[in-house]
Design a protein around this ligand. Sequence first.
Ligand code: HEM
Length: 461
Amino acid sequence: MTVVAGPAGRTRRVPPGPPRTATFRLLRELFTDRLSLLSSAASRYGDAARIAIGPKALYLFNSPEGAKHVLADNSSNYHKGIGLVEAKKVIGDGLLTSEGELWRTQRKLIQPAFQHKRIAAQAGVVAAEAGQLVDRLRNRIGAGPVDMTHEMTGLTLGVLGRTLLDSDLGDLGDLGSIGHAFESVQDQAMFEAVTLSLVPSWLPLPMQRRSRKANAELRDVVNTLVARRAERAGEDVAGADVLSRLIESTRRESDPAVGAKRLRDELVTLLLAGHETTASTLSWALYLVGRHPEVAARLREEAATVLGDRPPEFADLRRLSYTGMVVQEVMRMYPPVWLLPRIALAEDEVAGFHVPAGSDVVVCPYTMHRHPDFWHRPELFDPDRFHPDHTADRPRYAYIPFGGGPRFCVGSNLGTMEAVFTLAMISRELRLRGAAGPAVAEPMLSLRVRGGLPMTVHPAH
Ligand code: HEM
């Protein structure tokens, strides 16, 4: 550990980290293997590491104490950081990336649409969408492999359309291709992040061209959603969903262009933040359950006992307790939001270490969820670690799939309900088997399954 002199002779502790001479290796890892880069920093340097890459220094805090400080206790000193800064070019100033007064106003406006009562009222819609997915999969029994990441993307976009926007996104074209458009713009954001934004965006690289095209496609989707709602202006939908709330509030903006941009930013943000995370959770769940027949059997038994043949309703969420534990364990091993990047506005002290103003600070759910002090044999898929008898001693910030503090995920209840219902409904009648080798995690804005997830479909019995 390094100690440097501070003002008035005070000493400041600097977190340990790789030597400057490692810059080229680190740059390569940043580009090709970000999870290993952070995992090896966490295991080598402990709960705080300073990773100097070229002109930048990344501060990684990997203790619940450090995470709580950055995300909650001193959250006003931190703005969203790398990756999200680049994503702003696409999603603009939506809830995920905005700061200050704009963020507070928008959070107040959007949060009520996600209240417990409203989510409970959406249970039927979620169950119906998941039911259609199961129908589609049933038709593939005995046929070739199905790409489950594609299916899960379609499902989660469909659910978002129905629950938040009261609209059938499927009418706008193949949901999978809307999903691809989101992927392209994210690839671009991640590319800019890992190349430290040094590649000009006007260069005619295939990725940049794809991203521009995808961006235009997403703009079209949002414009169509807004136009459709305008056609239904006379209907009693005001206040019923996020879209109505947003249209109502942006209409009050004195400059219509600013209002239109804000509306677009919020809608693209909600569609992005809401679908890929849940699709990632479900994809990894299917992958892990596919490799653990004993977990599949318990899931099937619980679904049969709790649900029988009927679709789930909100009260079942509590009753499907094992399925809930499986979803929690999946998000421990493969947290969809694997990195929480921040920039320190003023200097700070985190977990006893000095952080200069302007530093890039990251809390990493992926490494935190594998911290050996809190997770016994972290590489093992073991849903029982979330049994209530085993969770009491675990610090709250050792498990952060939905983040923490004021920027805590606004859609956590919706995402959880969707994941639990879908997993239960698939498990009670189908058994999915991986048709490729071990899956590889690809850390983009969310943690994807690299190259998709081909699985064959079989009856559960
Ligand atoms: C399993 C599913 C989900 C996971 C794991 C997840 C995870 C997260 C995490 C970790 C954050 C905090 C990011 C940060 O602090 O930098 C976040 C924020 C957010 N999430 Fe989710 N999310 C999920 C589902 C959803 C859904 C279904 C929606 C909406 C439809 C949604 C909308 C948002 C929004 C708008 C934010 C920004 C909130 C703010 O800054 O005020 N998420 N999510």
